[in-house]
Design a protein around this ligand. Structure first.
Ligand code: HEM
Ligand SMILES: *[C@@H]1O[C@H](CO)[C@@H](O)[C@H](O)[C@H]1NC(C)=O
Ligand SMILES: *[C@@H]1O[C@H](CO)[C@@H](O)[C@H](O)[C@H]1NC(C)=O
Length: 324
């Protein structure tokens, strides 16, 4: 590249240096590795797998709850275990944010895993990595496919209630809002559909689908009536119904088949199949379980890569509920 004159080459060099610099920083901050604990805590993965298997054997829904914890962690300033920090008199965390309050669960399972890992490898395994591995092991425990979890995330010393409120999508979202929320985190509409397949397991509270079952028209009428039996038009906000009416404890593709028959529980679920741009992807996943599982696994790996703290950023919390 021949510089035309000094006044134009200088800013060009500047821009190049800046790009190179941000590239180096960008890759450094995303430097996770599947063998991160191979020498420092070789039992880490088996410890987490056993604890998740035990928790899911005791209560199948726990697999869904642990998967959701990782999502709600990663979408709020990255996968840094910020969601695990308890409120104190002087600190407000994310647990009382709208998408989380009276809703996210599984903290005791994470505590159990953390204390086991502190006994075997004190100060080594981050809470953020425990969440990522527990999410994968939960999917596997409920019949989904496996993937290799990248490791080496560190834990935040902060949390953000306001970001939890803005960055975790609401069940009232339209398709364009869902696409925008996921695009804000670097995901395509296809990945939005794949990740939404998480709703093939787990439960939702009446308060989150009441309007849908009483006032929406793109819902199967017998499905709506049967849900109304368990979710009154007023009161009973916390009564639960399965997100996948067909097979709520199996990580399969029934969620997408339900959408095709207008049996999505949340308004946001049915938005993915409502004569819009994502219909064809829902159809593809409903007819090809293996494609769904593969795309889901890849999208989960990508989600786990959202802005991890690495190197000397953050810390390895001793207790996932509080900063060291
Ligand atoms: C696409 C936008 C999404 C919206 C609007 C949404 C919203 C919700 C809502 C409202 C609930 C029920 C909460 C309650 O009633 O207490 C729920 C449950 C759940 N969500 Fe999502 N979600 C979305 C995407 C995701 C993603 C990407 C994942 C995982 C990667 C996920 C995993 C789950 C799971 C597993 C449950 C059941 C949790 C349990 O039973 O404890 N969701 N979601
Ligand atoms: C349904 O719509 C009516 C009329 O807009 C409204 O008064 C009512 O509160 C809605 N019900 C629910 C459960 O959203
Ligand atoms: C989608 O379009 C078809 C054909 O126009 C129509 O029959 C159907 O009711 C629409 N479905 C929804 C959910 O709007």
């Amino acid at each position: 590249m021949a510089p035309k004159n000094s006044s134009s080459s200088l800013p060009t060099k500047f821009r190049f240096m800046f790009l190179l610099f941000s590239f180096l920083i960008g890759t450094a901050s995303a430097q996770l590795s599947s063998t991160f604990y191979a020498t420092t805590c070789p039992s880490a993965l088996s410890t987490i797998k056993s604890a998740v298997a035990a928790a899911v054997a005791k209560e199948k829904r726990m697999g869904a709850s642990l998967l959701r914890l990782h999502f709600h962690d990663c979408f709020v300033n990255g996968c840094d275990a910020s969601i695990l920090l308890d409120d104190t008199a002087t600190f407000t965390g994310e647990k009382t944010a709208n998408p989380n309050v009276n809703s996210v669960r599984g903290f005791e399972v994470i505590d159990t895993i953390k204390s086991q890992l502190e006994s075997s490898c004190a100060g080594v395994v981050s809470c953020a990595d425990i969440l990522a591995v527990a999410a994968r092991d939960s999917v596997v425990a409920l019949g989904g496919s496996t993937w290799t979890v990248q490791l080496g995330r560190r834990d935040s010393t902060t949390a953000s209630l306001s970001t939890a409120n803005t960055d975790i999508p609401a069940p009232t979202s339209s398709l364009s809002q869902l696409i925008q929320s996921f695009s804000n985190k670097g995901f395509t509409a296809k990945e939005l559909v794949a990740l939404s397949g998480s709703h093939t397991i787990g439960q939702a509270r009446c308060t989150n689908f009441r309007t849908r079952i009483y006032n929406e028209t793109n819902i199967d009428s017998s499905y709506a009536s049967s849900l109304q039996g368990n979710c009154p038009s007023a009161g009973g906000d916390n009564t639960l119904s399965p997100l996948d009416v067909t097979s709520p404890t199996s990580f399969d593709n029934a969620y997408f088949k339900n959408l095709q028959s207008q049996k999505g529980l949340l308004h946001s679920d049915q938005q993915l199949f409502n004569n819009g741009s994502t219909d064809s992807q829902v159809t593809a996943y409903s007819s090809n379980l293996q494609t769904f599982k593969t795309d889901f696994a890849n999208a989960m790996i990508k989600m786990g890569n959202l802005s991890p703290l690495t190197g000397s950023s953050g810390q390895i919390r001793t207790n996932c509920r509080k900063v060291n």
